[in-house]
Design a protein around this ligand. Structure first.
Ligand code: NIG
Ligand code: FE
Length: 411
């Protein structure tokens, strides 16, 4: 006997199961079944497709008028951090830039201070609340970075919190060591600090899947980023990079040369680097919520990357400074308006391609897949990026069980 049937689904969104990330024009292809059925047994999808009543199950959910999709994947977050930085909003209003705030010892460095001063258990409680908020917004696979410790004890503290969250909620999580995220004010030089972070790689390997670096003016150069990526790969890490977020240093080209699993931000990437995407499976993880929150007018050239046959994904970049939202649906709206992505491209970018960017088995609900499913209170898939800033999730189903059930009725 099957466990669950989701029946009469108005639109069933079925991204394609694929070994490699979807690239170029393939990103606009999405299997959308009008009037669909999903059948689940033992936590797995046994059928997803056009309406059928050939199956029996212990429980049926009627999804008349609703959209059903795979649970979303957030491929870039700074989930575990101490404190908050609401006071930076007034600095930004006065015209102080993100890098100027960092230069003055604020920004990332103030979150480093707060994170170092917070105990592992308190960090856990705060990150747990933020993770549950993500789940309530339809996300069941998450990448989580360190980078607010900048020393062994505190980087490991963040990574341990991330792992404890994975253990507690049994989520598809990936953990990223981002030791080279900023240079502490008391470091003797950027190079010396980078060497300290490289020296941590063997020990950090037990806690982290990926190694990441912030390649930016005043932080780490292209040469330093290359040195770090090569050292990390020798230790068995897959590598990622915060690249070309503000200045066009060439981080995207470096990521492609280094066969990074992803290159993230890419707001200022050069045309030459974007052209290189065509021969690469490095996923361009675009974070338009950050551009929005930093008040910039120029967004990453998503259309150009797709024209160059690139693979793109979209993520929140959830962090306390440059993008303070853990609502991936909001970022889907910004991607529609500012990156000019089509609804199909957006759905592929937050499901199957986001899963490729963090190497998790997630983002699809075809036969045999884990039954990680969202039922949306929305009439069609275009509606979710359109009606922005609110939560359209009605139910979240994890491994075949309803774990979140939103009821609009008042208590
Ligand atoms: O991806 N740019 C570097 N790191 C984060 C921001 C971190 C922060 O401001 O606390 C980012 O935008
Ligand atoms: Fe980031």
């Amino acid at each position: 006997m099957n466990d669950l049937i989701i029946q009469n689904i108005k639109q069933l969104i079925l991204p394609k199961s694929t070994e490699r990330p979807l690239k170029g024009a393939d990103l606009d292809e999405l299997n959308i079944v009008e009037n669909g059925t999903v059948v689940v047994k033992d936590g797995k999808v046994v059928y997803s497709g056009p309406y059928t009543n050939d199956f029996e199950a212990k429980e049926t959910i009627d999804a008349t008028g609703k959209v059903v999709s795979p649970a979303l994947v957030d491929a870039h977050t700074h989930l575990v951090h101490g404190g908050s930085r609401e006071h930076e909003m007034s600095l930004k209003r006065q015209g102080v830039s993100y890098l100027e705030i960092l230069e003055q010892g604020g920004g990332i460095l103030s979150t480093v201070k707060a994170t170092c001063q917070t105990s592992e258990d308190d960090l856990f409680k705060k990150a747990e609340h933020d993770l549950l908020t993500m789940m309530h917004h339809g996300v069941l696979a998450v990448e989580s970075k360190s980078g607010y410790g900048l020393d062994k004890e505190n980087e490991l503290k963040q990574l341990k919190v991330s792992r404890r969250l994975q253990d507690k909620y049994n989520l598809d999580m990936r953990h990223t060591f981002l030791g080279p995220h900023a240079v502490p004010k008391d470091a003797s030089s950027n190079e010396a600090f980078l060497e300290d972070m490289i020296a941590l790689l063997p020990e950090v390997k037990a806690y982290a899947d990926f190694a990441d670096i912030f390649c930016e003016t005043g932080v780490f150069t292209i040469e330093e980023s290359k040195r770090y990526m090569e050292a990390a790969k020798k230790e068995g890490f897959k590598v990622k990079i915060h690249a070309d977020e503000i200045d066009p240093l060439g981080g995207l080209g470096l990521a492609i040369d280094q066969q990074a699993i992803s290159a993230d931000h890419l707001v200022a990437s050069s045309d030459t680097d974007k052209a290189k995407l065509s021969d690469s499976d490095t996923v361009a993880v675009l974070l338009p919520g950050t551009t929005f929150y930093l008040g910039k007018n120029d967004y990453a050239d998503a259309r150009g990357m797709i024209e160059n046959n690139g693979a793109i994904a979209i993520a929140t970049d959830f962090n306390p400074g440059s993008c303070v939202t853990n609502n991936l649906q909001m970022v889907m709206a910004i991607a529609a308006l500012k990156l000019k992505l089509s609804p199909n491209e957006i759905w592929n970018a937050v499901t199957v391609n986001a899963a490729k960017a963090i190497d998790v088995d997630a983002g699809t609900i075809n036969k045999g897949d884990k039954a990680n499913i969202v039922i949306w209170h929305a009439p069609n898939h275009e509606y979710i990026p359109y009606h922005y800033g609110i939560n359209h999730v009605e139910k979240v189903i994890k491994d075949g069980k309803v774990i979140i059930n939103h009821d609009i009725a008042l208590a």
